[in-house]
Design a protein around this ligand. Structure first.
Ligand code: UDP
Ligand code: MG
Length: 327
């Protein structure tokens, strides 16, 4: 058998990372030089950045043939960018990492060793501390993982980051899940495979700003629940049943009380409260239903997950053509 070097593709979703890329690229190159027993490919995905991120990628792609990039026609979100990167990656192993160096590239060697040992199909990282995070956010995050894991038949690891190295088999499995509403933490868990969790301390990003805010995180977690669990629907049905039962018991009580004691049923305020309360619960349950319906609506449309405006080959051709014209 031909002794071909295996190849690692590094997928990097970037949204307004002009500043961070200047740090990231040398860092990943240093790791690639150190691990020269494998081939490398860097797949940058420009998620419709409004700064000079695309220019930086163009420059890298001219200077380094390992660099490939695609640029979206607008901002489609990190999930879409990750999916696009996984689709474009050609390596035997594919890593996903942030551009802000919060995911230390040095860990890649350890991850690679886990995978080549044949024991694991994926080496992923999880934060063990939530240092530098507002406490309220940590509390909500912990609660979210506890609740969601109760309702799933696979586990979504608390503190799991998207930084991971996967075998081709696992990447193909992830790509085969072509849903429009993508929740990667769930998708990675759902596809299964043996995962080695590598704990590490959280580091601050080198440059730029985080794109996550509390409210965005709350919406993201609701999306996660709706994407992978139908428990809320079940809960709303059960709540409905319980209320039916309670109403029936109350009806009996009122009926017999009137028969035995003959006292008129008084108290409209309590009645008003009850109507409001039950009305609220009904709306809430309809809202849950609506969440699933809206996801289904988007899913049924079958829209593409992302739209590419430009890639490194387009850019190279364009330069070639303009060079011919100016001659
Ligand atoms: N990102 C992206 N599209 C977005 C938001 C973020 O591609 O709409 C990228 C971003 O450039 C970074 C990674 O996703 O490489 C993680 O983003 P960020 O650092 O803001 O998240 P955090 O590390 O705080 O979870
Ligand atoms: Mg980050």
């Amino acid at each position: 058998m031909e002794n071909r070097k295996s190849k690692i593709s590094v997928v990097v979703p970037c949204y307004n990372e002009e500043a961070a890329l200047g740090f990231f690229y040398p860092a990943i190159c240093a790791v690639a030089d150190k691990m020269n027993y494998v081939d490398w490919e860097f797949d940058f995905v420009d998620d419709g950045s409004s700064d000079k991120t695309l220019d930086v990628m163009r420059k890298f792609s001219l200077e380094d043939e390992r660099v490939r990039y695609i640029s979206f026609s607008r901002n489609f979100g990190k999930e879409a960018a990750m999916f696009a990167g996984l689709e474009m990656a050609t390596g035997d192993y594919v890593a996903v990492m942030d551009a802000d160096l919060q995911d230390p590239p040095e860990l890649l060697e350890e991850m690679y060793n886990y995978l080549t040992s044949g024991e694991y199909d994926c080496a992923a990282t999880r934060r063990v501390t939530r240092k530098g995070e507002p406490p309220i956010r940590s509390i909500f995050a912990k609660m979210f993982y506890k609740i969601i894991n109760k309702t799933l038949d696979f586990e979504i690891m608390d503190g799991a980051r998207d930084f991971r190295l996967m075998t081709r088999k696992m990447v193909d499995a992830v790509i085969s899940m072509s849903e429009y509403n993508r929740f990667s933490k769930g998708i990675f868990g759902w596809v299964g495979f043996r995962t080695k969790w590598i704990p590490y301390e959280n580091v601050e990003r080198v440059a730029g700003e985080t794109k996550w805010h509390f409210w965005k995180l709350v919406l993201y977690s609701i999306e996660g629940v709706v994407a992978f669990s139908t428990a809320p629907l079940m809960i709303s049905s059960i709540v409905g049943l319980i209320f039916c039962f309670l109403a029936f018991v109350m009806l009996l009580i009122v009926f017999f009380k009137t028969l035995i004691y003959g006292d008129p049923v008084a108290g409209w305020p309590s009645l008003a409260c009850l109507i409001l309360f039950i009305g609220g619960i009904q709306l809430f349950c309809m809202g849950i239903l609506g969440q699933y319906l809206s996801k289904m609506y988007l899913e049924v449309k079958g829209r593409p997950i992302y739209i590419v405006k430009e890639n490194n080959e387009d850019y190279a051709n364009q330069r070639k053509n303009s060079a011919v014209l100016t001659k």
